[in-house]
Design a protein around this ligand. Structure first.
Ligand SMILES: Nc1ncnc2c1ncn2[C@@H]1O[C@H](COP(=O)(O)OP(=O)(O)OP(=O)(O)O)[C@@H](O)[C@H]1O
Length: 259
């Protein structure tokens, strides 16, 4: 479980990116975080794996208070949390398989790191991850010969090979065409349902968020202004998240989902 308790994040330039954030996310949930550009969505998800330090409050992930972790503890903790980016973050001039095998590098003995030789078990795990996202046949293809959607699947396979409990996805479909974006969202859904991995996704495509996530968190000016089931998201709710219209706020007073 991920729990934010009165979390605040102030960047060194004094920008308050998160203000009094209180959220609990259970294992296996598929959560989409939506809101305007600059609302604090990336900051919210990047605090979970300690890419950013929180300024105050508590952030607890599976019983671990994230901000008390140090050095090697952070690396061990991060292995359980996969991260997917808009830009895929792959080494494009090498094979798909090698890109997935990279996820094992931190665990390798020194000589294997130096020689780049991976064990048969690691290769099988990497190929299994590629199979899980439907691109096993591309294992020996160079990444720069793949489409954007296929590259995002390689990134997803690399994360799966880590066997994470949680996947954080920061705008994973932002640079994909609508058809490919849908395929990648299908992958996330399958992984979430079949492997019971929690997915917390920062996403600008509201329709996609509503179609795939079971829960929506709306962020505005660093505050959570909506947190509820996807079915509860109406046009009024979206106006509230994106525009913060006072009339809307008054109209929905008393609704539990608004916070
Ligand atoms: N490293 C940083 N240093 C200083 N300010 C930052 C940093 N990262 C983000 N900010 C600021 O914090 C606020 C929240 O940014 P964040 O990137 O979390 O928003 P976002 O909702 O993810 O936006 P987008 O949808 O454009 O990615 C913004 O005002 C942004 O300018």
């Amino acid at each position: 479980m991920i729990e934010f308790i009165h979390v605040e994040k102030i960047y060194s330039n004094k920008v308050k990116a998160l203000q009094d954030v209180n959220v609990k996310i259970d294992k296996g949930e598929f959560v989409a975080v939506i809101g305007l550009s600059g609302a604090g969505k990336s900051t919210l998800i990047r605090c979970i794996n300690r890419m950013h330090d929180i300024t105050s409050g508590k952030l607890i992930v599976d019983g671990v208070e994230v901000n008390t972790l140090k050095g090697k503890q952070i690396r061990t903790f991060r292995k359980r949390i996969g991260m997917i980016f808009q830009s895929f973050n792959l080494v494009t001039r090498t094979s798909v398989l090698k890109n997935v095998l990279v996820s094992f590098v931190p665990d390798l003995p020194f000589w294997r790191k130096v020689t780049g030789i991976f064990s048969k078990e690691h290769k099988i795990e990497a190929l299994t991850a590629l199979d899980q996202v439907g691109i096993l046949d591309k294992a020996y293809v160079r990444v720069d010969q793949l489409s954007g959607g296929q590259q995002q699947r390689v990134a997803l396979a690399r994360t799966l090979a880590q066997q994470p409990d949680i996947i954080l996805a920061d705008e994973p479909i932002a640079s994909l065409d609508p058809v490919t974006a849908k395929q990648v969202m299908d992958d996330f859904q399958r992984i979430n349902e079949e492997l019971k991995i929690s997915v917390i996704m920062n996403i600008h495509h509201v329709e996609m968020a509503l179609q795939y996530a079971e829960r929506i968190i709306g962020v505005r000016d660093g505050k959570i202004v909506f947190d509820g089931k996807t079915e509860a998201v109406t046009q009024e709710v979206l106006d509230y998240i994106y525009k913060g219209e006072r009339e809307v706020q008054q109209a929905v007073e008393g609704e539990q989902a608004y916070v």
